[in-house]
Design a protein around this ligand. Structure first.
Ligand code: HEM
Length: 138
């Protein structure tokens, strides 16, 4: 069980590196001047590679969490609250994919301020999930 939990936490950390950095690339993409096509292409390449890299990391993080839950008999309100927050993270991840496709199509209408606030959401969820997982308050 401890090996599964160690892998779970490791892939959670790796997934969050992407959840934190991809929206930061979106902030920069939203600020690229129209005449800087080379910079826009470089940022789009980075964002595409990062999204393709972070998706399997998210699948492994959640899969190992479900293995812990269903394989080792964990229970409690904390796990339901935690899983609900993780569903929010999965929606956030998939929405990042949609935002990336909008940038690739040159159809993004949101400004850098919107993306800066969007970038903060995973931070709040991370704190809530980690406190639920470690303290198990209910
Ligand atoms: C559906 C997704 C997930 C499920 C079902 C799940 C389930 C679990 C379970 C059953 C444990 C073992 C608890 C223990 O040993 O006391 C655990 C540990 C942990 N999980 Fe998750 N998890 C999921 C996603 C996540 C995510 C997204 C994060 C981070 C944001 C996370 C952070 C942690 C941490 C930090 C621990 C270690 C807690 C401790 O050792 O006290 N988990 N998880």
């Amino acid at each position: 069980m401890l090996v599964v939990k160690a892998l779970h936490i490791s892939f959670v950390v790796a997934w969050f590196a992407g959840l934190f950095y991809l929206p930061r690339i979106f902030v920069n993409l939203a600020m690229v001047p129209a005449e800087s096509a080379a910079e826009r292409e470089r940022l789009l390449l980075m964002a595409g590679k990062l999204y393709r890299f972070m998706t399997p990391l998210g699948i492994l993080a959640v899969g190992l969490g479900l293995w812990l839950w269903l394989g080792f008999g964990f229970a409690g309100g904390w796990l339901h609250a935690k899983t609900t927050l993780v569903v929010l993270l999965i929606v956030y991840h998939l929405y990042c994919g949609q935002l990336l496709r909008t940038f690739v199509a040159g159809a993004s209408t949101k400004n850098h301020v919107w993306f800066r606030w969007f970038n903060e959401l995973p931070v709040l969820v991370l704190f809530a999930v980690v406190f639920l997982a470690v303290l198990k308050p209910f």
